[in-house]
Design a protein around this ligand. Structure first.
Ligand code: SF4
Ligand code: SF4
Length: 340
């Protein structure tokens, strides 16, 4: 018997460590909502030996650490297969987040047992929705390679970045994911970083989705995908009145590493030189000054302080001046899976 899937908030677990490692900022695509900001994070590709030294800085032999290898497009790194193998030997659980082009024959240079998850990004259930956002022919290439990965036995996931451009097509994704054989579905919310921070998608348009529209669509689609046997994760975004606000910067260990050595704890801060740490001479150094970590300690009625500072348009207020919704930490997730 399948029990109706129910959303559960994934609380920050003490001791859990997530390392998001941008190996390079280069990419073969030019998505309209790309959050990569070369003026802040450089244009270099980290050499293999440097990657290995930096991985050692964050590895913990006594416990598994989640490692997400990113770019740019991480499969453009010529040594990605060697990086994956080395990371596994350091007790990382490794995920590669790819745009689906899978350069350097990745599917044949690592085995499914060496890679915990291969993640693909699509922003629409067909080329008519996806390609105007991610580029011509991207839907066909990505789904083609995804099917090859599934056929070879890789565990796959798919990331869909929800914006005003594609939220009304999200409901068609569960059917596609089931057809493709994807095991995990990550619904993300567009952040105003990189290109979206620089301007609206078109005259009179906007990137962000209003709260009621999000709540009207996303949990229902998640339930449907979970009902099809797919494990779904999506950001909490709006806290319920009974929810306690927590900033991951205070209670969790997340590191967002860029190839110029910046290490952030909060992804919302990535457009600004306020990173908590930097890697200098292959050593992790905590930075002094007014950086992101000084803001994590501030308690405000709106919830996330960085959201209020950087994305105030996402907030709405009642007549008495109190916030209509409290915004959760962007790293707080909901999970849904069918229980059989
Ligand atoms: S695939 Fe990723 S890195 Fe490349 S342009 Fe798109 S969003 Fe940016
Ligand atoms: S998104 Fe907000 S709550 Fe989460 S780590 Fe950043 S500042 Fe803290």
């Amino acid at each position: 018997m399948i029990i109706e899937p129910v959303a559960r908030t994934v609380a920050f677990k003490p001791g859990e460590r997530n390392v998001f490692f941008h190996l390079l900022t280069g990419c073969n695509l030019s998505c309209r909502h790309c959050y990569i900001n070369p003026s802040q994070h450089g244009t270099n590709t980290l050499p293999l030996q440097t990657v290995l030294k930096w991985l050692k800085l964050f590895a913990r032999p006594q416990q598994e650490t989640n490692l997400i290898l990113l770019g740019g497009e991480p499969t453009m790194h010529p040594d990605l297969a060697a990086i994956i193998r080395a990371a596994k030997s350091m007790r990382y659980a490794v995920t590669v987040d790819s745009n689906g082009y899978l350069f350097h024959d990745l599917l044949h240079r690592v085995t499914p047992s060496e890679l915990d998850f291969l993640s693909f990004s699509l922003d629409g259930p067909d080329s008519a929705v996806n390609d105007p956002i991610r580029g011509e022919n991207v839907f066909a290439t990505c789904t083609d390679n995804l099917q090859k990965a599934v056929a070879l036995g890789f565990r796959t996931s798919l990331i869909y970045t929800v914006s005003a451009l594609n939220i009304d097509h999200l409901h068609r994704m569960p059917e596609l994911l089931a057809k493709l054989g994807v095991q995990r579905f990550f619904i993300q919310v567009i952040g105003l970083r990189g290109k979206p921070a620089a301007g609206k998608p078109e005259k009179g348009g906007q990137w962000q989705v209003d709260p009621l529209h999000w709540l009207d669509v996303v949990p229902g689609v998640a339930r449907e995908a979970a009902g099809a046997g797919i494990h779904v994760t999506y950001p909490k975004v709006f806290l319920d009145p009974e929810d306690v606000f927590q900033c991951a910067g205070r209670v969790a260990e997340n590191f967002f590493i860029f190839p110029n050595g910046r290490v952030y704890q909060c992804p919302l801060c990535e457009d600004y030189p306020i990173h908590s740490f930097s890697i200098e001479d292959d050593q992790l150094v905590q930075r002094n000054g007014l950086n992101e970590d000084r803001f994590f300690a501030l308690d405000i009625p709106e919830g996330c302080v960085m959201n209020k500072l950087l994305q105030p348009d996402t907030l709405d207020y009642l007549a008495d001046g109190t916030p209509g919704h409290r915004i959760s930490c962007c790293l707080l997730k909901q999970e849904m899976e069918a229980v059989g």
